[in-house]
Design a protein around this ligand. Sequence first.
Ligand code: G3P
Ligand code: MG
Length: 244
Amino acid sequence: MKIAPQQLCGHRGVAAHAPENTLASISKVREMGLSWVEVDVQLTQDGVPVVFHDHTLLRCTNGTGALKDTALADLQQLDAGGHFSPVFGYERVPTLAAVLAQAHRDALHINLEIKTYPDSDIPALCRAIFACLSASPISTEKVLVSSFSLEALAIVRDEMPELARAILWETIPDNWHEFRDLATFSIHCNYRHLTQDKAKSVKESGLVLKCYTPNEPAEVDTLWAWGVDMMITDDPGKYLTHPC
Ligand code: G3P
Ligand code: MG
């Protein structure tokens, strides 16, 4: 079996080849022939949705403190690429608007992970994302919203039901069907915790099944056989050349 680009989604752009969640990283997705990208969305202190994974700035920028306490103008002074390689030192934490514009230009499907932490204002984050999507040229058909936050997914269901939704779980719980109304498109889980029974149950429900974030193709040979539709990975190129 040969893995096709349509079975792969770049994680945080293509995080193995450019600094995660930057425009440079998202550019790699189309360059590699993929059509899906996953990014994480949070709010700045002044309420602007930006693409960034961590709660704090330390790991992925040359700044400090919490993203939620940093205004966009200050955030955009920071180097968001040098942590990966000095050649990316010009990269900035991108706004969601810029990322959507680039995804639209590259004709990508985008998986927007609503990234929440215990101190996140989840309703404000969701509404800022809705406003940004409404102002963007991207078609809602190209957008999948995913989250570990059931509260966020319920807000999406109630306020922008035309958006496709995915529930993120580390381990799919036994009672996952009780949350079925929060997912219209897919269930995403950690590849390490998927079982054949859970894969069967998701597939029988008619939902798409995706796994994050396997970066060694040999680790998931069995999971394809269980019916997993897509791997969300930092290193899609490895799959395209993997002999299986
Ligand atoms: O969307 C799957 C994956 O991104 C979830 O985990 O921590 O990489 O955002 P994380
Ligand atoms: Mg994510």
